[in-house]
Design a protein around this ligand. Structure first.
Ligand code: NAP
Length: 286
């Protein structure tokens, strides 16, 4: 496993395991147990995924030392005020059964992010969170947060896959010494990513699958990736990406695949913001 050093000096595994869309307790617990067994040391959950308790159980039962596992969770927008964020952080810790988180993220760039961020900064000072970061922040939103606060985010977790390469945001993060972390590195399988001919041809040269080529391409761009699978064999497959290097030509061929469009939703579309976050944010005004 390779590690990256964050702007606060903490170390983060460059490859981790995500548990979005695994709401069933037993399935989430089993998935995290399997992931730890095959060698993952970064687990990515969120308050909104509804599986923090299962993740915490699996970590406790695994026998792996707490200090060896990098645990990430995220605060949802329904807690984006200073006071509610303090409660949300404690709720995540309680559900996970942990006395500290390695990384805690503001899950989305909407609502009172400055107030919520202040609560994260205080929790970091109190030792409840080692590193604090954000998710789905565009460069202008990152700059706004930086200007309004005392602590630069350590991480910006964004959608990055061959279909949506986000070069501008990745470069901006880099300039700001903010680590980019890719969610949905496989675009959740969209556009037949696991059988795409271009990726398969690259993979044949190295004896690697499409998934492995995609993860290697991300690692070589300096990005942390957190693929999800509930199948143990795929977990192991996705972890076996530290024994080869894509050539400059193959990296360039991967870069050509960019569709330059989110595979999920446009974070700048007012209608999408209203439909996904509207009710949570309106409730905070009441
Ligand atoms: P993903 O990792 O791009 O794709 C997961 C899908 O790929 C699953 O259907 C999985 O199927 C399949 N898969 C995984 N490895 C495979 C392999 N080697 N061969 C064939 N199929 C494979 O999607 P994601 O779960 O949305 O993203 C990963 C993580 O990012 C999440 O779990 C979550 O932690 C994080 N995330 C964050 C945000 C955010 O807003 N911050 C948003 C979305 C996701 P099986 O499970 O059936 O194997």
């Amino acid at each position: 496993m390779d590690y990256v050093t964050l702007n606060d000096g903490n170390q983060m595994p460059q490859l981790g395991f995500g548990v979005f869309q695994v709401p069933d307790f037993n399935q989430a617990e089993q998935a995290v147990s399997d992931a730890l067994e095959v060698g993952y040391r970064l687990i990515d959950t969120a308050a909104a995924y509804g599986n923090e308790a299962a993740v915490g159980n699996a970590i406790k039962k695994s026998g792996v030392n707490r200090e060896e596992v990098f645990v990430t969770s995220k605060l949802w927008v329904d807690h984006f005020t200073y006071e509610k964020a303090k409660q949300g952080i404690d709720d995540s810790l309680t559900k996970l059964g942990l006395d500290y988180l390695d990384l805690y993220l503001l899950h989305q760039p909407y609502g009172d992010t400055a107030g919520a961020w202040r609560a994260l900064e205080e929790a970091q000072q109190a030792g409840k969170i080692k590193s604090i970061g954000v998710s789905n922040f565009a460069p202008d939103q990152l700059m706004n947060l930086e200007l309004m606060s005392h602590t630069k985010p350590a991480v910006n977790q964004i959608e990055v896959s061959p279909w949506y390469q986000e070069d501008t945001v990745v470069k901006f993060n880099q300039q700001q010494a903010i680590q980019t972390e890719a969610w949905a590195p496989f675009a959740e399988g969209k556009h037949d990513i696991f059988t795409n001919e271009t990726i398969a041809q690259i993979g044949q040269k190295y004896g690697k699958s499409n998934g492995q080529v995609i993860l290697r391409w991300l690692l070589q761009r300096g990005i942390v990736a957190i693929p999800k699978s509930i199948h143990k064999a795929r977990m192991a497959e996705n972890l076996a990406v530290f024994d080869f290097n894509l050539s400059a030509d193959d990296m360039a061929a991967m870069n050509e695949l960019d569709k330059n469009e989110s595979q999920f939703f446009d974070h700048h579309d007012p209608a999408a913001i209203e439909s996904i976050f509207g009710s949570s944010l309106r409730a905070l005004k009441e």
